[in-house]
Write a protein that binds this ligand. Structure first.
Ligand code: HEM
Length: 149
């Protein structure tokens, strides 16, 4: 979790603006020591773990992610595009760190998983009036183009 978030904040420094403790930090080593970063890493991984463990239960998946989306929209006021960016970073790091496990099929299902996360999270943003409702957003995006497609 920490490695994912470190990559995210190093490559997309504007995402640090939401975190009072390390928004002005530049050095990854310093950021890594931030309890706020480590805490958020645990929260992200726990939420993803709950989603994976409940893939058989769509209502649970949607309620967990609705809570996440609502908190980020209303409480933390995070621009929703950062969820898409973080999804890309998660896929990138998992592919790099587990090359033997992350075959093309596994990459595809993880892309679908992260697209589902994004769809539910942005659905919550729409519900609280942040995003415009668009007919193109009426169903989950089931595939994210892989490099080369
Ligand atoms: C899959 C993606 C993510 C998950 C599962 C996730 C999960 C969580 C959870 C469970 C919390 C605690 C909720 C609460 O305060 O009620 C939280 C807090 C927070 N999240 Fe996220 N998050 C994600 C992505 C992001 C992104 C992309 C940003 C901003 C760039 C962000 C910024 C924050 C901030 C600022 C807090 C409050 C931190 C604090 O109070 O110390 N999150 N996140």
């Amino acid at each position: 979790g920490c490695l994912l978030l470190l990559r995210f904040f190093v490559n997309f420094p504007s995402a640090k603006q939401y975190f009072s403790q390390f928004q002005d930090m530049e050095e990854p080593e310093e950021m890594e020591r931030s309890s706020q970063l480590r805490h958020h890493a645990c929260r992200v991984m726990n939420a993803l773990n709950t989603v994976v463990e409940n893939l058989h239960d769509p209502e649970k998946v949607s309620s967990v992610l609705a809570v996440v989306g609502r908190a980020h929209a209303v409480k933390h006021k995070v621009e929703p595009m950062y969820f898409k960016i973080l999804s890309g970073v998660i896929l990138e790091v998992l592919c790099e760190d587990f090359p033997e496990f992350f075959t093309a099929d596994v990459q595809l299902v993880w892309s679908k998983l992260m697209a589902t996360v994004y769809w539910h999270v942005t659905g919550a943003y729409t519900d609280v009036g942040w995003l415009q409702v668009s007919s193109k957003q009426s169903s989950p995006v089931h595939t994210i183009p892989l490099p080369g497609n």
